[in-house]
Design a protein around this ligand. Structure first.
Ligand code: IVH
Length: 734
């Protein structure tokens, strides 16, 4: 290094090496950031980069504006200067429905009567939700970057754009225009966005509401080092001015005659293009493509808010030209917005079945993603504080796919005067008990197990799909039962009778009898894992419930299990074990379970390991054998409900005889004639069998229903026994 510093001029070899490193690094940046297909390791890249950096430091004359070392940022500006675009950056007219597309096509036809819509080719592309940008290349070198601004004049952000790794500082390839203005969108990919927000949070900085805001904020920084630290990407979608060098004969070599050819050329020149862009033949095929794009929007690596349709032929584009605002040859298909702004009217606190207090935003109704939203989650106290959301604020509301709507952030510029920070309640809004925060958790809970809200939510959950899945018994009915004093706990559901149901205004005889049938069916079909799930014990979901049920075999054994015994169950750690013990220690829960027992809702199943005798506590006046036989009555009835042939084990039979499928493995394919897949699986498990995830040599039986999948062929190949539902039921009967 010293020898280099002492030299004033680089040797020819050093000059050549610097040029070589420039080209090699450029190639690897392109492989990594544009093609997403690196050829060398990060360490190898770093070594080359540092070699070039050292050469440039020793001989500043070797440093060029397009050098890969010039992407780290450094320039700090007082303001962003403005500059006019050579050609205006237009907006696009929007389509919202297929009828709008038909109108657009009709206009094309009016303007070009000689061309039939079936003969028109269109370039279709996702509409990226970022910040519009124009990059100007002269003799293949990036000389300027302008934001769209008002379409006529933009802000000069060259130094910032230089730091974006997938922006070529020099264009690749041979056939390059003298002047090329490339237009596109600066975006942040979804994955990068979550990492960025995580980092912001760790560093105690404000998080961004969405990738678009983060991208826009990052591009418009005065300090380009900040821009350099943000995971920006540039996706090209078109060109502005393009000037070709005149040949000796005075011709211009303009080989781009379609949008497709232009985009291919931009790809060759080193730009990233939109994923999934394509040519479509004829106007008819456009809407189906756009609809398919909308259906897949969530699998895109970055946010898109629509699709863009452009006539493919550039001569036709030119012929049609522009209105004052937008091109006549292109149009945007807008997806239903997934974010919207609205007023936060109130923050209410809702109680869940575990007593957790969840703050809910009450909103001025607004359409988001095609549905009207008037409530959205605010998650917890910390989130409200971090976002500093206040009642009266205009807030950004988001809905993505099936996700529950959430409040993303307040719009600070629109904050009304006098809006005060939100104070989380110190007492349960339903029962007034002082709320408690479990150590290490953000959530506040109402510790009162008898809190009416906790009871109500518990009953709702008990009846829901995650619980006993009682058909027709939704949250609204539960609320009505409770409000009318018919039900206080989940056990009360099974005490409902015709008279009680008919006392409700909205209940007719038919619905009442259906409801009673559904309740009875749920009671007799209830398996131990399902009932365990339905109890809503914290941390006990489907898998844990199955594991606990298999290990202990009954609620009696589970109630008496020691922490050690609980922790011995696969996937059960101290936290889950503690939650289980906590549940069974609460007097209200004990009473509920005794109620279930008296209602004969007490399923058992064969325990995996022989249970210690002391762990089974027979009811007063009964011995353990009797306790098992009564309960099996219920569960066996469930198994054979369809056939109606009840077999009640004698008192002498022990639990292992209730495990006719012990050691056998099962898999299901196709839909079964009478049982739901989940019911059949639960029955197999209750009878000691194991349900596998795929066909393998380990599989003993494949149970086949209607329209079986590829599993059947695979199983037949391996010579695995195939069963019908009927045969399975016979097997279960032993
Ligand atoms: S073409 C003359 N294509 O959408 C054609 N625009 O309202 C002008 N955008 O601000 C635009 N993805 O930044 C085009 N694939 C795409 C696009 C796209 C996003 C943005 C663009 C402009 C706005 C148009």
């Amino acid at each position: 290094m010293n020898t280099m510093e002492n030299q004033k001029e680089p040797t020819a070899a050093q000059k050549a090496r610097a040029q070589e490193l420039h080209t090699v690094l450029e190639h690897h940046i392109w492989r990594y950031h544009v093609l997403d297909s690196p050829e060398i390791t990060d360490a190898q890249y770093d070594a080359l980069f540092h070699e070039l950096k050292a050469l440039e430091e020793a001989f500043p004359g070797l440093r060029s504006a397009t050098s890969p070392t010039q992407r780290v940022g450094g320039a700090v500006l007082g303001e962003l200067p403005s500059m006019r675009h050579t050609l205006p950056m237009y907006s696009l007219d929007n389509l919202f429905a297929p009828a709008d597309w038909n109108e657009f096509v009709a206009r094309l036809q009016r303007l070009m009567p000689a061309v039939h819509p079936a003969a028109m080719d269109f370039w279709l592309e996702p509409k990226m939700d970022g910040l519009a940008m124009e990059l100007v290349y002269e003799q293949g070198q990036l000389v300027r970057a302008l934001t769209r601004g008002d379409g006529e004049t933009g802000e000069v952000v060259t130094e910032n754009i230089r730091t974006i790794r997938n922006v070529p500082l020099r264009l690749r390839g041979e056939n390059i225009p003298e002047i090329l203005e490339v237009r596109g969108e600066v975006i942040i990919a979804r994955q990068d966005f979550s990492r960025l927000n995580q980092r912001q949070e760790e560093e105690g900085k404000k998080t961004f509401a969405n990738p678009r805001n983060a991208a826009a904020g990052s591009v418009r920084q005065l300090d380009s080092r900040i821009t350099a630290s943000r995971p920006l990407r540039f996706i090209a979608y078109g060109v502005g001015q393009v000037e070709w060098q005149e040949t000796l004969e005075g011709n211009v070599a303009d080989p781009w005659d379609t949008q497709e050819a232009t985009m291919q050329a931009l790809g060759t020149a080193g730009f990233s293009l939109a994923e999934g862009a394509t040519v479509c033949h004829g106007a008819e095929a456009v809407v189906p493509w756009l609809q398919a794009l909308e259906a897949q929007r969530h699998s895109m690596p970055y946010d898109i808010d629509g699709g863009v349709v452009k006539l493919n032929r550039l001569d036709w584009q030119e012929e049609l030209g522009f209105t004052a605002r937008a091109p006549r040859f292109a149009v945007a298909w807008k997806f239903a917005a997934e974010q919207a702004q609205t007023t936060l009217l109130d923050i209410q606190v809702q109680l869940g079945r575990t007593g957790v207090l969840t703050p809910v935003a009450v909103l001025e109704p607004v359409e988001v993603g095609g549905v009207t939203v008037d409530r959205a989650t605010l998650h917890n106290e910390d989130q409200i504080a971090a976002k500093d959301v206040r009642v009266g604020d205009t807030v950004i509301v988001q809905r993505a796919g099936d996700v529950i709507p959430e409040v993303v952030a307040p719009v600070l510029e629109k904050r009304p005067q006098g809006a005060v920070p939100y104070r989380f309640p110190s007492h349960c809004p339903e029962c007034g008990t002082a709320v408690r925060q479990v150590a290490g958790e953000v959530a506040w809970r109402c510790p009162n197990a008898g809190c009416p809200a906790v009871l109500r939510e518990g009953v709702k959950y008990f009846a829901s799909k995650g619980g006993l899945d009682i058909s027709g018994l939704g949250a609204r009915w539960v609320e009505l039962f409770i409000a009318n004093g018919l039900v206080r706990t989940a056990a009360d559901l099974f005490r409902l009778d015709m008279k009680a149901l008919l006392s409700l205004e909205r209940m007719g005889e038919k619905s009442a009898s259906n409801m009673l049938e559904a309740l009875e069916a749920a009671r007799v079909k209830a398996t131990l894992p399902r009932l365990l799930c339905a109890l809503g014990i914290r941390h006990v979901g489907e898998q844990t419930a199955k594991a606990l049920a298999r290990q202990f075999g009954s609620l009696d054994a589970l109630q008496n299990a020691t922490l050690g015994a609980l922790c011995a169950v696969p996937d059960v750690g101290p936290e889950v074990a503690g939650a289980v013990q906590d549940y069974f220690s609460q007097p209200a829960n004990k009473a509920l379970l005794e109620d279930f027992r008296s209602l004969d809702l007490w399923p058992v199943m064969a325990a995996k390991k022989p249970r210690p005798v002391a762990a089974v506590r027979p009811q007063a006046g009964q011995n353990a054998g009797q306790a098992i036989s009564t309960t099996q009555q219920g569960s066996l009835f469930g198994l054979l409900g369809a056939q109606g042939t009840q077999q009640i084990p004698t008192e002498q039979e022990d639990a292992s005889e209730a495990a006719p499928l012990e050691g056998k493995t099962f898999l299901f394919t196709g839909s079964l004639p009478t049982l739901k897949r989940s019911e059949a699986e639960a029955m197999v498990e209750e009878a000691g069998g194991e349900v596998l995830g795929s066909v393998s040599k380990k599989l003993d039986f494949l149970v086949v229903g209607e329209a079986p999948g590829s599993k059947l062929a695979k199983a037949e190949k391996l010579g695995i026994a195939v069963l019908s539902e009927e045969a399975l039921l016979a097997l279960l009967r032993g």
